[in-house]
Design a protein around this ligand. Sequence first.
Ligand code: NAD
Length: 483
Amino acid sequence: MPSTRLANLIDGRLQAPRDNRWLDVYEPATGAVFAQCPDSTSADVDAAVQAAQKAAPEWMATPSDERARLLHRLADLIEARLDEFAALESRDSGKPVALAKRLDIPRAVSNLRFFAAAVMAWDSESHAMESGAINYTLRRPLGVVGCISPWNLPLYLFTWKIAPALASGNTVVAKPSEITPCTVALLAALSIEAGFPPGVLNIVQGRGPTTGQAIVEHPAIKAVSFTGSTRTGASIAAAAAPHFKKVSLELGGKNPAIVFADADLSDEHLDTIVRSGFANQGEICLCGSRLLVQRSIYDTFRERYLERVNALRVGDPQDAGSDLGALVSREHFEKVMGCIQLARDEGGRVLTGGHALTPPGRCAEGWFVAPTVIDGLSNDTTTNQQEIFGPVVTLIPFDDEAEALAIANGTGYGLAASLWTSDLSRAHRMGARLEFGIVWINCWLLRDLRTPFGGSKQSGVGREGGAEALRFFTEPRNICIRY
Ligand code: NAD
C-alpha cells in the first residue's frame, strides 16, 4: 500500500473522503502506484459547497487588496518550495522535472501573482449620456464557482482558474484531474498556511463522472470554468444549461504550424518548431500537431526537421538530460499507440519514431513513446482530424497561401496556429483569416497573461486571461443615475 494518501480541502481543513474510498495514483515513468487520491462523492462536494456558501458573504466584502495579499502569499509559499513542487509534478505526470521547474511551477506562481495584480488594476466602465445621466458598471462576484482542470499542466491550469475566481471575490470548489492530483493537494495545504479563511478555497479530489459531475450539477454553483477534452466539455455544457450556469470551456485542438518558404529558418526557429510539436510529450493543447510546409522547401525542411527530432532524448523524467518523459497513463499511452497504428493503416509513412520506448533501469515499465513524424496523409484523414495529444506530428505540403489556409482551417477545432514567414503583409493577412483563438507568428507559446486565451469551434467557448477571466467570474450591474 502506498504511503501517501492525499486529502480534500473542505472548510479550511484537510480531510479524507466521507466514504473513505481511494483511487490509485501512478508514476507514469515506472508504471507503479505511489499515492492514493480521494474518490470523493457528491456528499463531499456538497460539504464543500456548503462551506463555500458560508464563506461567500465575508469574502465578497473583503477588500481586493486583502484578497490580492493572500494570493501573493500563496505564490510565495509555492515558490519557496519550487524544487519539491517540480519533482512531484514530474513524478505524477511523467513530464521532465526540468520542464516542471522551468515552466509548470513558475507559471503557477505567475498565475497567482498576475491575478492578484490584475484585480487591483481592473477598471470599472462608465458611460455618460448627453441627455443628463451617467451609467457605471459594478462587477459583482458570482458567489460559489466551480473550477475543473486536466492532467497535462496540473498546477499551471488549476491556478489559472482559481486565481481569477478568488481575486474577483468568489469562493471556489475546485477539482484537479484524478490522474495528476498531487501538486494541487500540496497547494491545498499551503493555502491554509497562507491564511485563506475557511471555505474560501475548497478542493475536492476525485473522478470526473462522479466528483466533477457533482460540481457541475450542484445548484448552488453559479459558474463552471473547465479545461479538458471536447467530449467532456460537451457533457458539461449540457449539464449546466438547465441551470443557466455560466460556463467557460477550454477544450481540445488540432493545431497547424505553417512554414512558408520565405520563413527565417534559423536554428532557433527550427528548435521552436520542434518544441511546438513535442514539448511535454506533445501533451499540450497548444502543440502544433499538423506541420504544414510549403512544397518548394518541403524536402530540405523535412531533413533538417527530422535531424532535430531524432536528437530529442526520451528518458527518465528525473534525468536533467531528458527532453521528453513518459505519457501520463497506460490508457493514454495505448490511445497514442493506437493513433500511430491508425496513421499507418490510413497509408501514412512513419519517418521517425512510431514505437514505444523502454528506457533502462527503473523506467522499464513506464509509458514512453518515441517522437513520431508521419507524412503522406491528406488533411481529411482521421489522423489529421482527431486530437492525438501525444508526441506525434504529421507533415503536410502545400503550394500557396490559399491552400495553406484551407488546410489549416480544415478542422473542427480552432485553438491555436503558428505561422512562420518573413513577409509581414502575409503575416497580417493570414492572422486575420486563420480561424483560431490564438495565432503566433514566428514564435510559439509566447504568453502575455493579459491577452485573451482560448479557442473557437470545438476548441471551446469563452476566453480566459486578463480581464476576460475577471469578467467571466463576475456579473455586471449597470447603475444609471439621472442628474
Ligand atoms: P478530460 O476531459 O478527460 O478531464 C478534464 C477534467 O474534467 C478532469 O479533472 C476530469 O476528472 C474532469 N471530468 C471528466 N468528466 C467529467 C464530467 N462528466 N463532469 C465534470 N468533470 C469531468 O480531459 P483530460 O484528458 O484530463 O485532458 C486532456 C484534454 O484537455 C485534451 O483534449 C486537451 O486538448 C485539453 N486541454 C485543453 C486546454 C485549453 O486550454 N484549451 C488546455 C489543456 C488541455
